[in-house]
Structures are given as structure tokens and as C-alpha cells.
Design a binder for this molecule. Structure first.
Ligand SMILES: [Zn+2]
Ligand SMILES: [Zn+2]
Length: 558
């Protein structure tokens, strides 16, 4: 038995979050125990037509459900908790996380109304929990949401440190600096593997402190003394919101929260005591509109220009309660997540058109990142001094830069492992190597359907969105399969039919001739007839329009 145990290796299985930004999830497996770190989702890229959300493929976890001792969640951002309502439909291990993360997960679960109870256990930094053969200690970090933790996982073959998302903030808003002492303690003891956040691995220096943003807000509260101030930021950035509330208090302004997630998250955070706000300072949107401008701050969602968000509607003049007017000051306190730039700039352009003063990241330090830059990454690497290193949380270029950084610091390139989704890293005290893989990848969520939209459906959606749809209705006689009426053609998103009567007429003719010329043995072969209609029309329409709409033949027999 003991001998057998010595042969067991620790398996590190990234199920998401590497070679991509989003849907973070990593499994640690040893013998009969699996521990899962994070359970995130990702917004779909533009080529995923109509898909709402992308989540990790967890078929490996479902297959080994009885081995899973727990999920530990590093913090409450969507790329770390967003997949929980989907993944937990088939498995149900306990979840461990800090207080705010717990509240955000529970509010999410309530929304999805899952039939079974999911146990979300609250822990504090420096707590230790035993989960199967793993012992996990939670380490306080700084990030753009409260309650972020790194994890030190003691395993039978050595300690694994996973940083979660982090930065090193020496002047954080809550006064609690990342627990560097604990990182150092593990470094002294010996760390087998470090997995560390690579998001900003391309950036030199240090990430600025969150309190710098507070100083910048102060400046604009002074400058915009007689103006109404509207600030858009992420609802989850409680420290940012705290700084706005503090400035508002100091300048004698009331605060109005706008947008569903802003109201929801600030409500939760205030209840937990994570957000310090006097209820008397909070006003409704109606009040915000009727009060003197210089006495109001509106804190809203929509910093990514998302359609229907608070700021989007304000910029579009689409909020029935609050109307922006010339001279109002809007601060967009966020940077555009890659892919969102166009939406953000559209909103900013619309705000300028309203005569509003707009301050955004390109103009001033109204935002700082929540992720560590090179110097901070080096600090964690040197404090923990790991035997092996695996960069995580980033696209390939970020992971690569992080790996190069570790190499520069003297880590042997053979001890650095570039992760891939599903690729298993096996290690013991003496060696580490990639060995095999597990089924892994992406599952697409569309409305209530999880994973039921495959490549064929996506291809159809692409064709529909690019070239439209042509429906061909053919009515055949039940007696001799002859055409009873002229074929009918309807199109959507292809061409304007009234202006293209010749094209439609000729298309009808093609279908009519095709049916009249059918060989006797094909008269009732509907799949064959449909295919012929599709092929012949496709060739004709392409020749005439250089477009390939989706062609949908329908045959009715009466
Ligand atoms: Zn995060
Ligand atoms: Zn993240």
C-alpha cells in the first residue's frame, strides 16, 4: 500500500483559462481525490453567433464526480464563478470561498433557481481546510474585487501555490496589503509548483495602487464642483465604489446607484460590511434628476459600453428618469476589455454629442488594473521560489512572457511548463512532465441550452447573418407528384424581393423545370428533390449575386 502511494503522482489538469482570458478552472488530482480551483465562464467571441456564454467542458469531472472533494474559488469575478450554475447541475461538491465571493455565488444561484442545495462554505484568509488528501490555506491578495485569495495546497508530493488573480497594492483601499509573509513562509518551506496570474506579464514595472484612482476622483470632484458627476465602473469593484462614495461624502453629494448589477452588488456588499455607506446618502434615480446637480453622483454600470446597461441608456437618452444635459461630467472608470473597444467608444462618442464632459482611461488615471505587472510577478516568483512553474490566466503571449520572466530569474526552462487546456502535468517530488490529456474544451450556452449548439448550428447562424435565407415552397399532388401551383419563394436578409423580380421569377422557373424533369423513380424521393433544389438554386443565385444564402426547400403534398 505504502509503496503504491509512492508511485502516485499529482496531476494538474487545466480545464480553462490558459491560452485564453476567461473560464478559469484547474483540477488537482491525487489518488482518489480531486480538488477544483475556480469555475469561470467567458463571453463568446464574435464568431459565436447568438451564444450567450462559454463554459469549460467538465466531462472529466462529471465522470470522476465521486472523487471531487471540493471546489475552491479564488474570487467573485465571472471568469472564476460564472460557470457554477451550469457545472453544478450535474455534480454537487461543496464550495469554499471568502465572504463576498460566497454572497455573489449565492445570489447567482438564486437567479438560476437550481433544484438542489449547493453548500457554499465561507472561509477567511489564513484559514486552513482539509479536503481529501489536500490541505488548503487561503492567502489574502489584492485585486479589483474584495475578498480575493491565493491558495497554498499541501499535497502528498509537495505544496502547490495558485495565486488566483492578484496585484501587489501597498496602499489598498481596505488597508490590507497582500499577505506577502505567507507567500514567503511557503517559499521557506519549499514550493513544488507555482501557478501564477499572467494577465499583465507583458507590462513593465508595478501596477498602480487602487488609491491612485481615488486621488484622481478627488481632482475631478474639485474641477467639476458645480456639475453633476456620473461615474461608470464595474459593479464588483467595491473598493473603487467605496472611493467614489467617500469623495461624494466629502463634497456633500448624495449617491445614486444605477443598473441592475450595480444595485445588486452594492446592496450585498453593504449588507456584509464590505462597503461603507450611510443609507441616508443613497438616493433614487428620480431624486438624482430633481436635486441640484452639484449635490449628486450617479454610479452606474456600462463601463464596457454594453447595450442596455446604465451608461449606454444614459448616452442614448434612453433612461426615462435621468436625462444627461450639457455640462454634466461622465467618468468612465474602467479599461475596455479586448473586444469591447468599439462599444465603449460608441458610448463615449454619444456622450460627447450630448455636450457632456467625458473623462476616460486614454485621458487620465481614472482606472488601474487589478493584475500584477512584471515586477510584482517577479516578487511572487522569488518569495515562493518554486521547483516548477506554470504560468496561468492569460493568452499564449501572456503565458509566454511570464515563462520568459521566470527563465530570466534563473529558472531552468525544463522546469517551466506552458499549459494547455486538457493537457495533464504529472509531478512528484523528483520530476514533472506532461503526460496525456483528458477531454476538455468549451461548452456553449445559448439561452437555456447547455452544449446543444454545435458546429452545424453555428455554421447556419453564420450563413444566416451574412447572406440571409431563401425559402422555396413546392406544392405537389399526392396522386402523381406533379406541381400543383407555381413554386413560391420567400427570402429574408438576402435581397429586396420587389427590386429583384427577375431573379425571383427565374429561380421559380429553375425549380419548376427541375420538378417537371424528374425521373420517374425520383418523383417521391423528397431528400433528393430538396438537394437538387438547393444545388441548382445555389449555383444560380451565386452566379447572379455572388452571395450564398441558406436555401430551405419545403415540399407540401396534397
Ligand atoms: Zn479577477
Ligand atoms: Zn480572472
Amino acid at each position: 500500500m505504502a509503496k503504491n502511494k509512492n508511485q502516485t503522482k499529482l496531476r494538474i489538469i487545466p480545464l480553462g483559462g490558459v491560452d485564453e482570458i476567461g473560464k478559469n478552472m484547474t483540477a488537482l488530482e491525487y489518488g482518489n481525490d480531486i480538488l477544483v480551483i475556480d469555475c469561470g465562464s467567458m463571453f463568446p467571441k464574435e464568431d459565436l453567433y447568438g451564444i450567450d456564454l462559454v463554459i469549460p467542458d467538465v466531462s472529466y469531472l462529471e465522470k470522476n464526480a465521486d472523487k471531487i472533494r471540493a471546489f475552491v474559488i479564488t474570487h467573485g469575478h465571472e471568469d472564476h464563478i460564472g460557470a457554477i450554475p451550469y457545472v453544478f447541475q450535474k455534480i454537487n461538491p461543496p464550495i469554499y470561498c471568502t465572504r463576498l465571493t460566497q454572497a455573489l455565488i449565492e445570489s447567482k444561484l438564486k437567479e438560476y433557481n437550481l433544484p438542489k442545495k449547493i453548500h457554499v462554505q465561507c472561509i477567511k484568509p489564513r484559514d486552513t481546510v482539509k479536503l481529501g488528501c489536500f490541505e488548503v490555506e487561503f492567502i489574502k491578495t489584492n485585486h479589483s474585487i474584495s475578498g480575493a485569495v491565493a491558495l497554498a495546497v499541501r499535497t502528498p508530493v509537495g505544496t502547490v501555490i495558485h495565486t488566483g488573480d492578484f496585484k501587489v497594492d501597498y496602499t489598498p483601499v481596505d488597508g490590507e496589503v497582500i499577505d506577502l509573509a505567507t507567500f514567503a513562509r511557503y517559499g521557506e518551506e519549499g514550493v513544488l509548483l507555482l501557478m501564477s496570474d499572467s494577465t499583465n506579464a507583458e507590462r513593465e514595472g508595478f501596477t498602480m495602487s487602487e488609491s491612485k484612482v481615488g486621488e484622481c476622483f478627488e481632482k475631478y470632484f474639485d474641477e467639476g464642483e458645480d456639475r453633476r458627476i456620473i461615474i461608470a465602473t464595474f459593479a464588483s469593484n467595491i473598493h473603487r465604489i467605496q472611493q467614489i462614495i467617500d469623495s461624494a461624502q466629502k463634497h456633500g453629494r448624495k449617491v445614486c446607484f444605477m443598473g441592475r448589477s450595480m444595485e445588486n452588488v452594492t446592496g450585498i456588499a453593504a449588507e456584509l460590511g464590505e462597503l461603507n455607506v450611510d443609507p441616508k446618502q443613497i438616493i433614487t434615480q428620480d431624486k438624482a434628476e430633481s436635486m441640484p446637480k452639484e449635490q449628486v453622483v450617479i454610479i452606474t454600470t456600462g463601463s464596457q459600453g454594453e447595450p442596455m446597461s446604465g451608461l449606454y441608456r444614459l448616452a442614448a437618452g434612453d433612461n426615462s428618469r435621468v436625462k444627461l444635459t450639457k455640462g454634466d461630467m461622465v467618468i468612465v472608470s474602467a479599461s475596455a476589455i479586448p473586444g469591447n473597444e468599439r462599444m465603449v467608444y460608441r458610448v463615449i462618442n454619444n456622450l460627447y454629442r450630448l455636450g457632456v464632459i467625458v473623462i476616460y482611461e486614454a485621458l487620465d488615471a481614472v482606472h488601474v488594473s487589478g493584475h500584477a505587472c512584471k515586477e510584482e510577478l517577479k516578487l511572487i516568483l522569488s518569495l515562493t521560489n518554486p521547483r516548477y512553474f506554470m504560468p496561468v490566466h492569460g493568452e499564449y503571449r501572456h503565458l509566454m512572457q511570464h515563462a520568459l520572466l521566470a527563465e530570466k530569474m534563473g529558472h531552468d526552462s525544463r522546469d517551466i511548463f506552458m499549459p494547455e487546456i486538457g493537457k495533464v502535468l504529472e509531478l512528484n517530488r523528483k520530476e514533472a512532465k506532461f503526460n496525456g490529456s483528458v477531454p476538455a474544451g468549451s461548452v456553449l450556452v445559448d439561452g437555456l441550452g447547455i452544449g446543444d449548439v454545435g458546429n452545424v448550428v453555428l455554421r447556419d447562424r453564420r450563413v444566416l447573418s451574412q447572406d440571409g435565407l431563401v425559402v422555396v415552397c413546392v406544392t405537389l399532388s399526392g396522386i402523381d407528384a406533379s406541381l400543383l401551383t407555381e413554386p413560391d419563394i420567400i427570402s429574408r436578409g438576402f435581397i429586396y424581393m420587389k427590386d429583384n423580380e427577375d431573379l425571383i421569377q427565374h429561380s421559380k422557373q429553375i425549380v419548376q423545370e427541375l420538378i417537371e424533369d424528374l425521373r420517374a423513380d425520383k418523383l417521391r424521393d423528397w431528400p433528393y428533390i430538396k438537394n437538387e433544389i438547393r444545388h441548382q438554386l445555389k449555383d444560380y443565385l451565386y452566379a447572379k449575386t455572388k452571395r450564398t444564402p441558406m436555401i430551405l426547400p419545403m415540399i407540401i403534398e396534397i
